[in-house]
Design a protein around this ligand. Structure first.
Ligand SMILES: Cc1ncc(C[n+]2csc(CCOP(=O)(O)OP(=O)(O)O)c2C)c(N)n1
Ligand SMILES: [Mg+2]
Length: 349
């Protein structure tokens, strides 16, 4: 006799009993750690503002996607990683992730202006930056491609048994790409050490997540692959760090991949050439007023007794670092013309 649909729909009895990660706790940072998070987020914000200015002056060519508004995600998550052991991969909105990993702002800015001293020798630009020394594997322009590449990096960690974990970032728009699900399947099947980080900044170019996604609770996207997911306040750096701790415990414990959906928001347009007609100024302003990640940490620092006068020198120091990076990026020489065909594939294989 054929099974009734209701019976057939009964799922594998193992599923309800599946182990789940614990509910992440907000990270309890010391005053020094909180100051450090503040500095890192402010560095990203000021760096990105400066990059926007240089773009306006015609010093940056090609695409340029700013990370303003999303700073708490990269800073909170990557503060829990071990540089040089764990690997990181992301899309084209990559400057913040590099800065959060302690990579020199000068070589990032010089890459934006296409100079030989840039981290990709001036040939990658905003979207294609790498630091193999940091195990930072880009910087990718093809939406979703970094997710499968990230699964490959995680496979390498497992194969070499080096204890590393891959953190693979992608956007809410990328979360609808087919290759993401192929990567999910393999990652869970092979219990790869990977944290899939969905940076849900609410928009993919001009399309809001609700308009593009039949399931807009993106942390659930791994369910049919048995990959657990956690939704995180991506505007709260301590919530981000707390989630990273839980995710790392899960993945380093050999339990396979995990998904973190970071609820965040980008203040600027998709790229520098976005007229932003798809949302109102009021919407952006409301998020800035209510949930700015940097202002939130500032308030916490003040509650811990840190005064405005103590923060001022930090802010000045960051302005100086960013100013020096911009000067360097403006004055460093361009690559020699003889470099045009080096490190690019010109033969067949
Ligand atoms: C395969 C592919 N399709 C389309 C594009 C064009 N494109 C570039 S960015 C983007 C939106 C992606 O949005 P999301 O994943 O939410 O990332 P965000 O820009 O918000 O960080 C699209 C459609 C592309 N680069 N690659
Ligand atoms: Mg997005």
């Amino acid at each position: 006799m054929a099974k009734s649909p209701a019976r057939a729909a009964q799922s594998d009895p193992q599923i309800p009993n599946r182990e789940r990660p614990a509910e992440p706790q907000r990270y309890e940072a010391s005053k020094e750690e909180l100051l450090d998070f503040y500095k890192q987020m402010l560095l990203i914000r000021r760096f990105e503002e400066k990059a926007g200015q240089l773009y306006g002056l015609g010093l940056i060519g090609g695409f340029c996607h700013l990370y303003i508004g999303q700073e708490a995600v990269a800073v909170g998550l990557q503060s829990a990683l071990e540089v040089g052991k764990d690997s990181v991969i992301t899309g084209y909105r990559d400057h913040g992730h590099m800065l959060a990993y302690g990579i020199d702002p000068k070589v990032i800015m010089a890459e934006l202006t296409g100079r030989a001293a840039g981290i990709s020798k001036g040939k990658g630009g905003s979207m294609h930056m790498f630091s193999t020394e940091h195990k930072f594997y880009g910087g990718h322009g093809i939406v979703g491609a970094q997710v499968s590449l990230g699964a490959g990096l995680a496979f390498k960690h497992k194969y070499a048994d080096d204890g590393g974990v891959c953190m693979a970032y992608f956007g809410d728009g990328a979360a609808n790409q087919g290759q993401v699900y192929e990567a999910f399947n393999m990652a869970e099947l092979w219990k790869l050490p990977i944290i899939f980080v969905i940076e849900n900044n609410q928009y993919a170019m001009g399309t809001s997540v609700n308009r593009a996604s039949s399931e807009d609770q993106l942390y659930k996207r791994g369910e049919s692959f048995r990959i657990p997911g956690i939704q995180v306040d991506g505007m709260d750096v301590l919530a981000c760090r707390g989630a990273a701790e839980e995710a790392l415990a899960w993945v380093r414990g050999g339990k396979g991949p995990i998904i973190l959906e970071m609820k965040t928001y980008r203040y600027r347009g998709h790229s520098m050439s976005d007229p932003a007609k798809y949302r109102s100024r009021d919407e952006v302003q409301a998020v800035r007023d209510k949930s700015d990640p940097i202002e939130a940490v500032k308030r916490e620092l003040e509650a811990l007794g840190v005064t405005e006068a103590e923060l001022k020198p930090l802010e000045q120091e960051i302005r100086k670092v960013v100013g020096e990076a911009a000067d360097f990026a403006e004055n460093a020489p361009e690559p020699e013309t003889g470099e045009l065909y080096t490190e690019v594939l010109v033969e067949t294989y």
